[in-house]
Ligand binder design. Structure first.
Ligand SMILES: NC(=O)c1ccc[n+]([C@@H]2O[C@H](COP(=O)([O-])OP(=O)(O)OC[C@H]3O[C@@H](n4cnc5c(N)ncnc54)[C@H](OP(=O)(O)O)[C@@H]3O)[C@@H](O)[C@H]2O)c1
Length: 251
């Protein structure tokens, strides 16, 4: 994706900071390139273990001539003490924050009948505690128009019995979306994007029958359009969950 539009970006988010957790994933990388390259934002790009793709993105942005201010940071956000130390570092690095994008996630089997409290806690801290903790410590650095965006999951509606800790903890994100939308309105708007299945550009689409059963995947391009809708939606639009799941939540 070309990111050469930054010089012409004059929008309200230009030169504001975008803090993106889980920026090393395909979704995180696409959103980072979009916010920095198209909206002209500065970036705090977080990863846990895979620093290389994030550094490669920054190198690409620079090769394309973008004079970007980007910090690449690494931390395990499922550890509350590491989380607090990471937040303290970010607080020192940023001033005018325009976007908090919560993408960091862990996904592994935790069948509800055998689920261990350690796994439940891990998921709850990463998906539930980390985002609210980051908002607690950074919202005063956000200047309107500012946006908080949660990457939720359409699976929270019915839950995935084999991934109970994941879906339960992702459901907390939707609660935070509504609670924070109320308390931060109208200065900061808060939304969640809830796909059922994301098609990454490097994945094949799978057999037609399985695609029909699973519905249309959310492409990275469609996710970026959802992000733009949120950025450009104004203060009146807040507390929304953008379901990108082919209507599955309807039952
Ligand atoms: N993939 C789908 O079909 C799908 C469907 C619905 C919703 N979603 C949601 O969309 C988002 C992106 O999904 P994805 O599949 O692209 O994710 P992914 O590839 O699994 O990436 C997860 C990201 O979270 C980071 N991360 C994992 N554990 C962490 C921890 N303990 N502390 C800090 N960071 C941690 C990873 O960092 P490192 O790689 O650097 O370790 C990575 O950047 C997620 O929020 C997911 O829940 C995905």
């Amino acid at each position: 994706m070309s990111v050469s539009h930054r010089e012409s970006s004059t929008g309200p988010f230009r030169d504001r900071w975008a803090v993106i957790t889980g920026a090393s994933s395909p979704v995180g990388l696409a959103v980072a390139a979009h916010l920095i390259g198209i909206h002209g934002m500065r970036g705090v790009l977080h990863c846990r273990t895979h620093r290389r793709p994030v550094v490669q993105l920054v190198e690409r942005l620079r090769r394309e001539g973008l004079d970007v201010s980007v910090q690449v940071t690494q931390a395990d956000l499922a550890d509350p003490q590491t989380l607090d130390r990471w937040i303290a570092r970010v607080r020192r690095q940023v001033d005018r924050v325009g976007v908090l994008f919560f993408n960091a996630a862990d996904f592994y089997r935790t069948p509800w009948a055998q689920m261990k409290w350690r796994d439940f806690l891990h998921m709850m801290v990463l998906h539930g505690w980390a985002p609210i903790r980051i908002v607690q410590k950074l919202y005063e650095k956000m200047e309107p128009p500012a946006r908080i965006i949660f990457m939720a999951d359409a699976g929270i509606e019915q839950g995935y019995p084999a991934y109970a800790a994941y879906t339960a903890s992702k459901a907390v994100m939707v609660h935070w979306t509504r609670l924070l939308a109320r308390v931060l309105s109208p200065w900061i708007t808060v939304h969640a994007i809830a796909p059922y299945w994301i098609r990454r550009e490097d994945e094949s689409s799978g057999p037609v029958l399985s695609r029909i059963a699973r519905g249309e995947p959310a492409s990275l391009a469609a996710l970026l359009r959802a992000v733009d809708l949120i950025l450009e939606g104004g203060g009146a639009m807040t507390g929304q969950v953008l379901w990108m799941d082919s209507g599955r939540w309807l039952g």
